[in-house]
Write a protein that binds this ligand. Structure first.
Ligand code: SAH
Ligand code: SF4
Length: 405
């Protein structure tokens, strides 16, 4: 059988190292396509119509259950079809630039993305945090972030673009490769958990604001949570937002993951300073959107993240105001000791102060665990992610910000 080439100019047109190659037909990326879109992509090939569903499910299984990163490995598919598919489609992994392993077992990967339309290859970071009862993968949704929260290292990165659904879901594939979490690797993996799963939870808490990249995040979550593939249930995926109010309820309906809100301040004055997006969507609007988040119950609560910054938002009065604000919302509070990064003026609250704060929140009936900083020695903790990408000219930055907003 032969398959005609489908040249799609939005698709990658790159050598194995991701460098664009002029004159070569583009290979369309398959990773990150929902099952519906994968079927659509295959229908543009010469695969007979009555075989399409079977081929799509074969491919899905190779990509997301067995972890194939080359068509040549797909031995249940004829050699000829494999070769045709390889000419049309790209299933390569994101390139690992560095892998750092912390003394506490946390791992951080710097990943290089395929070239964009201008031939630039951006970098993002992904972090794996092993704990006794779970393993959490913290993934990025954008290169940098258009928002400028004053305590966040990512917010100082000026170079921004949305990740594709494939680049978002692709972070899990890389992590599974490196952790050895595919069926043919897991038996040999050192310290393999009894459940056979290293990655039990996924959090969209890496670089970027996921709700400013809504469609790609939605499609990536679809792929990550699909029961016949990577199979991370939506109840174990948490989307963290700085408070993009108009998209919050829609996210509940269309993405359906657990929700975390980066609150960090209990008055508009303080929150305006820490999370400037608050000037657009103040606390009262944000909490109204939370109240309307679909499917909330005591078993399905919103997490409110609160970074503890010395002398800024950490008094007992702040804690009491926080409890008042959350009234009526099924909520838990996650207190995050501020993680310093080179160049910041903020400091982490004193431990005694964090304890005073936590006790007030706990006494009011909210679980309020203090998040243990992980991977500090490799700058992998919350808000410390920032790839060393080149800087854009101001005019380019403004154009990208306008597009992302
Ligand atoms: N943009 C989204 C998700 C990425 S940030 C958001 O803001 O929610 C993930 C979490 O890390 C957020 O709660 C963010 O406020 C927190 N964070 C950012 N910088 C931090 C820092 N330096 N120390 C501790 N937490 C930080
Ligand atoms: Fe962006 Fe979140 Fe950092 Fe704010 S805290 S700058 S929204 S990544």
């Amino acid at each position: 059988m032969s398959i005609s080439l489908d040249i799609d100019h939005r698709a990658t047109n790159a050598a194995a190292d991701g460098t664009p190659v002029m004159g070569l037909p583009a290979r369309k990326p398959l990773i990150g396509l929902t099952q519906h879109d994968l079927l659509q992509a295959l229908s543009e090939t010469a695969i007979p119509e009555k075989q399409l569903r079977m081929r799509a499910s074969q491919l899905w299984n190779w990509l997301y259950v067995r972890g194939a990163s080359e068509f040549a490995d797909m031995t249940s598919i004829s050699k000829e079809l494999r070769s045709d598919l390889a000419h049309m489609f790209d299933i390569s992994r994101l390139e690992i630039v560095t892998e750092q392993i912390s003394s506490d077992g946390t791992r951080k990967w710097l990943l290089r993305l395929p070239a964009d339309d201008l031939g630039r290859r951006h970098e993002i970071e992904t972090v794996y945090i092993p704990e006794e009862d779970r393993g959490t993968l913290c993934i990025s949704s954008q290169v940098g972030c258009t928002l400028t929260c004053t305590f966040c290292h990512t917010g100082t990165q000026t170079l921004v673009r949305n990740l594709t659904a494939g680049e978002i879901a692709g972070q899990i594939l890389v992590a599974r490769d490196r952790l050895g979490e595919w069926p043919h690797l897991i038996e040999d993996a050192e310290n393999a958990p009894a459940s056979g799963r290293f990655i039990t939870n996924v959090v969209l808490m890496g670089m970027g604001e996921p709700l400013y990249n809504f469609d790609n995040v939605r499609d990536a979550v679809d792929v990550i949570s699909h029961g016949e593939g990577l199979s991370v249930s939506k109840r174990r995926i948490t989307l963290s937002t700085s408070g993009v109010v108009p998209e919050i309820v829609r996210a509940g309906d269309e993405i359906g993951t657990m929700l975390a809100i980066s609150l960090h301040g209990t008055t508009d004055q303080i929150r305006n300073e820490l999370v400037p997006l608050n000037k657009k969507y103040p606390i009262s609007q944000l909490l109204d959107a939370c109240r309307n988040y679909p499917g909330l119950s005591n078993a399905r609560r919103i997490t409110f993240e609160y970074v503890m910054i010395k002398g800024v938002n950490d008094t007992a009065e702040d804690a009491r105001r926080l409890v008042q604000l959350l009234k009526g919302i099924p909520a838990k509070v996650n207190l995050i000791p501020f993680n310093p990064w080179p160049g910041t003026d903020y400091e982490c609250s004193d431990w005694e102060q964090i304890e005073v704060f936590a006790r007030i929140v706990l006494k009011a009936g909210y679980a309020s665990p203090v998040r243990t900083p992980r991977g500090r020695d490799i700058l992998a903790a919350c808000g410390q992610l920032k790839s060393a990408s080149q800087r854009l000219k101001k005019s380019e930055r403004d154009a990208l910000k306008a597009a992302a907003n």
